[in-house]
Design a protein around this ligand. Sequence first.
Ligand SMILES: [Zn+2]
Length: 256
Amino acid sequence: MREALHPTAYRSITVVDYIGEFGPRLNPLGKRSIRLLARCPACLEPMNTRGEANPKVDGVFAHQRNSTAYCPLKQSAAKPYRILRPVDPDEEAAQRLRASFFSHWKHHWTLMRQRDFAPFADIEEFIALIRHADQSGLWLYRHLEEWVVPYIFLALKDFPPIRGKDKVLRAEWIRFWFDARVRTIEDLWIHTNGDWRIVKAIYAKPRNGGVPGPVQLKSVQIPEIQRNFLSKPEPGVHPYQEKAMKAAFPQELGSA
Ligand SMILES: [Zn+2]
């Protein structure tokens, strides 16, 4: 992958940045230098550099060969995140959460469509995710906070390439993963201190069709998590999107 986490700081670096800060693989005497290692943004395992001879073009980070830690980026199948009906549902909070989500649907939708996340996502995809949340009981999770919902939505589906009328809108296949501590949705608040990361993995479209896996992984980005987007003024959306939402959820949004 072209970006990894800095060895000690919480920010992403390229191989060029890494060499700039920690020096090249070999010191001037041709001996291997001792360097702190960059880390995988998903599992935090140390990563080695590849392609240092021409890092601008070829520089990538790779997991160490002997690493056996669970890492979502090594997973070959599609989505591991499934919403399992919670064993201890919070019915009352669920109603409030769902109603509040609809009152802020433009905030959620706009966040998901930001450049760092899934630009060109279609309103029908958003509608399908809300229906999926309804059917699977997502709102019933105890301790689920509203601002986390669009990040869960991003991780629940793949965003394959899109072709517009006369140009390619998105050439690559995008998939969002939570970091390796998060194996189920509840781990967002059980197995982290709320400091989870989301990783945007960009895959090439597999030549023979199907769903891409680690072989097609081209690059990884670590988008910044925004927690306070709900307190911002309501963003504007395209009238077509508003119409589609009102048609899909007339009760929740008023059919006027
Ligand atoms: Zn990893």
